[in-house]
Design a protein around this ligand. Sequence first.
Ligand SMILES: NC(=O)c1ccc[n+]([C@@H]2O[C@H](COP(=O)([O-])OP(=O)(O)OC[C@H]3O[C@@H](n4cnc5c(N)ncnc54)[C@H](O)[C@@H]3O)[C@@H](O)[C@H]2O)c1
Length: 436
Amino acid sequence: MTSPQRTLIERIRARQARVGVIGLGYVGLPLVVEFARAGFDVTGFDVDAGKADAINAGQSYIPDVAASDLAALSASGRLRATTDMSRLGTMDAIDICVPTPLRKTKDPDLSYVVHAVEAVAATLTRGQLVILESTTYPGTTDEVVAPMLTARSLTPDVDYFLAFSPERVDPGNARFNTRNIPKIVGGIGPASTEAAAALYGATVEQVIQVTSTRVAEMVKLLENTFRAVNIGLVNEIALMCHKMDIDVWEVIDAAKTKPFGFMPFYPGPGLGGHCIPIDPFYLSWKARQSGFECRFIELAGQINGSMPEYVVQLVGEALNSVRKPLNGSRVHLFGMAYKPNVGDVRESPALDVLELLTRQGATVSYTDPYVATLRHGSQTLQSLPQADALAAAADCYVVCTNHDQFDYAAIGTSGALVVDTRNALKDRTASTIFRL
Ligand SMILES: NC(=O)c1ccc[n+]([C@@H]2O[C@H](COP(=O)([O-])OP(=O)(O)OC[C@H]3O[C@@H](n4cnc5c(N)ncnc54)[C@H](O)[C@@H]3O)[C@@H](O)[C@H]2O)c1
């Protein structure tokens, strides 16, 4: 008799496997599109009926996914979305891409993962492959997910398969996407690793197998901790250079000409997004349980977390140069998203800058072509067109996010005070421009 694993792999190779993706956000939506493009019959599952309806209507709500691609796949009948979790039982493979935020205490919040796995466990069937993609601490797959799947008395790695495969997508990146970013795969046993590698091997350009779910989980956390720590380092160097009257941007540009052993990272107003400010704390939380203190992570967190205050200090210095106080000044922010050319404001440091400026008595407005409105306390702020913002002659402009759509020449030549946290006005010097 053929084993459940062989049957599954044959169904994957023949593109007969039905693939389900739970969580249709920045990670899940591009993934359903890739699975459908690879020839699989794909069902997206989300608790948000609005997202399911949008997908079924061929409408994209993620900038990296073209509506035309989604519409074509949905019209072909190969891609659909639902909120009905009972249909998970008919899937051959299930990918879980739900959020993994932090609690207020900076402890991991696995509640979304737990809810999704409960739904999978309720209909788990022989031969199914379950893959966790949400970023999380090493041990989540074998300590949290696997025990939840044992209730149906199926033997792991024999009757059903369980793996971890970190999502490495970089929203807004024109060069690297779900398909051409190598996929790391680690299963709870060799049969699971092989089955998961077969699924991704049919979908993305390169698959790298590792020996366990814990290694796969740790790979992702090493990558994101590497970024958080290096950004922390360069932010500290920027603060140091400010005191020593050295242009940190010129230093980085010159240092990066070294063809080996150096990689440029850039200072800025702080960390944002759903990954870099959060993921390292999943690791430090878990390490602490083994009696290990992650000093680099904590220090980088402190430095990166202090950057919005530093930006506000620079705004104060800029206003001071023309004998104006922060209190009562009108400050206009360019860019509220956490990085260029996306509309994601989760954890965005620009929100902290907005809050800190408001607390000091400034009247704050903003322009962001990707963020039409913004909740701030009891108020709803609206993005102003750039020309209107400049015509309104604020006391100080702050470039928080360097979207390509901004006209930096117009900002730089406006004659107004500008605090530039991203070196967006590169090569432009004036006594009115204050560069981070
Ligand atoms: N955004 C990124 O750039 C990025 C990159 C790599 C990895 N990740 C990781 O991927 C995971 C998902 O992140 P995201 O940015 O796609 O999140 P997201 O918030 O954009 O999307 C998550 C989706 O899951 C849905 N959801 C929540 N609970 C659910 C449940 N029980 N059942 C079904 N659907 C549910 C939400 O409605 C939402 O649509 C996180 O662990 C994140 O750390 C994100």
